[in-house]
Design a binder for this molecule. Sequence first.
Ligand code: GLN
Ligand code: ZN
Length: 756
Amino acid sequence: MATIHNLGFPRIGKKRELKCALERYWAGKITQSALIEHGKTIRAENWAMQAEAGIELIPVGDFAWYDHVLSISMLVGAIPSRHRDNETLSLDTHFRVGRGQAPTGSACAASEMTKWFNTNYHYIVPELTKDQVFQLSWFELFEQVKEAQQLGHTAKPVLLGPVTYLFLSKCIGEEFDKLALLERLLPVYRQVLSSLAELGVEWVQVDEPILALELSGDYRQALKISFNALANNGVKLLLASYFDSVFAYFEDIASYPVEGVHFDCISSKQDIHELDALLSDQQVLSLGVINGRNIWRSNLEEIVEQIEAVATKRREYLWLAPSCSLLHTPVDLEQEDRLDNELKTWLAFSKQKCTELTMLKNGLATGDRAAIVAYSAPVKARLNSNRVNDRAVQARVATLAASDGTRCATFSQRIKKQSKSLPLPLLPTTTIGSFPQTQTIRDARRDFKAGVMSAQDYHNKLALEIRNTIKEQEALGLDVLVHGEAERNDMVEYFGELLRGFAFTEFGWVQSYGSRCVKPPIIWGDVSRSKPMTLEWTQYAQSLTTKRVKGMLTGPVTILCWSFIRDDIDKPTLANQIALALRDEVVDLQNAGIQIIQIDEPAFREGMPLKASQWQTYLNWAAYAFRVSACGVNDETQIHTHMCYSDFNNIIEAIADMDADVITIETSRSNMALLDAFERFEYPNDIGPGVYDIHSPNVPEITWIKELIHKAAKKIPVQRLWVNPDCGLKTRDWKETREALANMVEAAKELRTEFK
Ligand code: GLN
Ligand code: ZN
């Protein structure tokens, strides 16, 4: 009979208890031993939840105080010297690496963090030197294994594999081949495995998610060397791959001396018989048949059909699991009281996904399918539901043509018309959209949502804030103004709440980094706009000034990337639905006299598939969806877009393909490294490379801003340059904002005389 296991469980707790405990500890409100107790309780609850749901092998080591990659750095002692206070590591060391500070020790720059593969989770990038020494330095994993065993669980420790660990790290000091460190790292991993064996552990899960990428020969070789070294250390090894197909490495995988292999059967179609044939009868085949990255209830009936034959054949050598760790899924659907009952029957969070595995196992063991059929019925009903399917939306998307994603005129023709109807100086100044979200606004929104502030009062507060924001911008002398986004809490949630087809949970949090969590909306049905979403406030702001106010929307790709999306339609179709809803908004804004409209796409880069060979397909549909949202307008209407959070150098062609009249883009943190891209590609439209980093409280100096613009003007004709910060200002306070923007405006003024 198949064994069911789990690759990892969300570590934040049902109600974000970990966040709460961490932040209280960091603020000095609880002691370290209290924090440790909270961690223990969360782990015990997580294990109990999984065990009660029927999971047989419980993952241990998936819990992390800040990040699981950082946990490995602690385990192997790869901690930068600036974060250490002495030879031994402590919990505060962990926090210093992650946040740059901890209740003890001195503050120092945190390590960098970056996206964990194609998820919205961010890990701490290990910093390794050429002469890096690795040494078993942190013993928490062993403590947690004992903890789980004492609670009666069969612990299956989870380790991020050494090759992925090296792949994700960065070289400090002189460049060197990171793989050269493997031979020093492997002995520590071996030591970890034998210590786990001494604790009576039978199976250890070794995650090597880089197998989902397109690997060079040296990484393939390193994986081989690694598994050869890790084998025969007293435990059985389960290699876990996930996030995409590993088809290209089937032969390699078959040659590893491991006792089992886990395959993700969700992220790409897998031929289960082929997987079965790949492994010997004495190896465990673990099938990730439940989606670990979304929130939909599984169609168990379909899954049973797919795996039945292999299950009968492999018996205890078949394991079933979610496709990847459940880190990317909220904890428990049962907590959601506000979702309607029908919608709830379509959903499954982490705990429910564990139960699904048990139902599969039972169905396979007994041959009795009644429970599975009943459970799967709502999934099938969802596909045909009138609530989900909006024929009008589907028909509109089906008739989309290339011309819907094309402006009437070329950029050079448009910009001539725009400069007539929109007289702007050389090097026009603008901002990215949001202005400081003051405590007054946050309090008002909270009170309004809680029902203690009337709609009228809330409305008045927003109006006041917008009036003030316009006044401030006029006083600063900015050229293109914005209304400031006071009415928005979050750039996706705001639109999701107004669009049809979206739902919002109360506790559907997933970890983004450290103690930070996000609550992505759920897109469950065809998306459409029932009424204008931004018209009123934009028009109001425009009525207060003779300068141009820029309308402000979140783009289709970003809305898609930051939501839990449907599994029954493809991403391009969904992106086009959202794009059409936004297109109507764009046209409404134009018809109401708004001549400049910005459609933000900060997530454009992060939607990229893992495999480079699939990038172009993505970029094509993503740029098309953007253009569908933007191209319903006249030549005179100026479309802006904004991007941040990533490195755009290698997708600059795709950005040009979006054909926005103006792009404002993050560059200041990298000291305009983006400009390197213009060596090989001449960006054709207007561009505003961010001239200062809004993430820092430091006020940029005029000379510094001028220098950056000079740099930019060497690569891009000054007639096509804009001057703006690198992102929205909502997290800053007014004092800093005023000072920074005043310097920015002054720098632009001085340069105008210079360039005349
Ligand atoms: N318009 C948004 C803002 O200014 C853009 C946010 C973003 O780029 N993440 O806040
Ligand atoms: Zn931004």
